[in-house]
Design a protein around this ligand. Structure first.
Ligand code: SAH
Length: 218
């Protein structure tokens, strides 16, 4: 684990990125503040640090990506976090999105299906002082039955089916946000809220592109 370096240059680049996210339509001050505080360059390998404050997705280990900053901001805004919300993330990846949710004062649980990525990111989060984010190695399609129910669930990989098991792990009035669709196309950011008597309400929030949500663990 490298030391926690966050110099003036990186802080300046981060401020510019936040301005860019505002221009692209991100309105939540809480989300913009959280992203201003978190040193995103520490979530990429050192050789690629200069890419950290551009609004791009970027490759990480195991052929996966750290989501584009705009996508993280939009998903975080849609999560509408209230302090102490119990939130399940599917797709820990680099851990950056989990940290944004944590900084918004959610109690975060996150699952990753790649052992290498799970272990490396768990170690990174501890090193950065984020040890209260609870990470799990497993298949996100199964959720975390022993820790359910959750207030909110966020999937950060493209899911081409309605995630029934995850919906069953939501509290009443809880919701799940997920990019719905096949991976070779773009996906529709979808919100399903679990109303009284199991009635589901569906809303859509535009097109995004994600790596696939795959079954099983590796
Ligand atoms: N939230 C991450 C984005 C990572 S990309 C970040 O901020 O960096 C999506 C991640 O979902 C990848 O790491 C991928 O391995 C993981 N993933 C895909 N299918 C999964 C599944 N069924 N269960 C858990 N994780 C999964």
């Amino acid at each position: 684990m490298r030391s926690f370096e966050d110099n003036y240059r990186q802080k300046g680049l981060r401020r510019k990125l936040i301005e860019h996210l505002k221009e692209k339509g991100i309105k939540s001050h809480a989300v913009l503040d959280a992203m201003l505080k978190i040193p995103r360059h520490l979530f990429l390998d050192k050789a690629f640090e200069e890419w950290a404050y551009k609004d791009f997705a970027f490759p990480i280990d195991c052929d996966q990506t750290i989501s584009q900053p705009f996508t993280v901001a939009r998903q975080s805004e849609l999560m509408d976090i209230r302090p102490k919300d119990k939130v399940l993330e599917i797709g820990l990846g680099s851990g950056y999105q989990a940290c944004v949710l944590h900084n918004l004062e959610a109690k975060v649980y996150s699952i990753e299906r790649h052992k290498t990525l799970h272990d490396k990111t768990s170690h990174r989060l501890k090193g950065l002082g984020y040890s209260s984010i609870r990470t799990f190695y497993g298949d996100g399609f199964q959720g975390l039955p022993l820790l359910a129910p959750f207030d909110k669930i966020l999937i950060t990989a493209a899911c081409d089916e309605i995630p029934e098991i995850l919906i069953s792990q939501l509290k009443e009035d809880g919701f799940i946000i997920f990019p719905y669709g096949k991976t070779n196309d773009s996906q529709i950011m979808t919100k399903i809220t679990k109303l009284k008597n199991g009635v589901l309400k569906t809303e859509e929030f535009g097109l995004f592109r994600f790596v696939p949500m795959l079954k099983g663990k590796v």
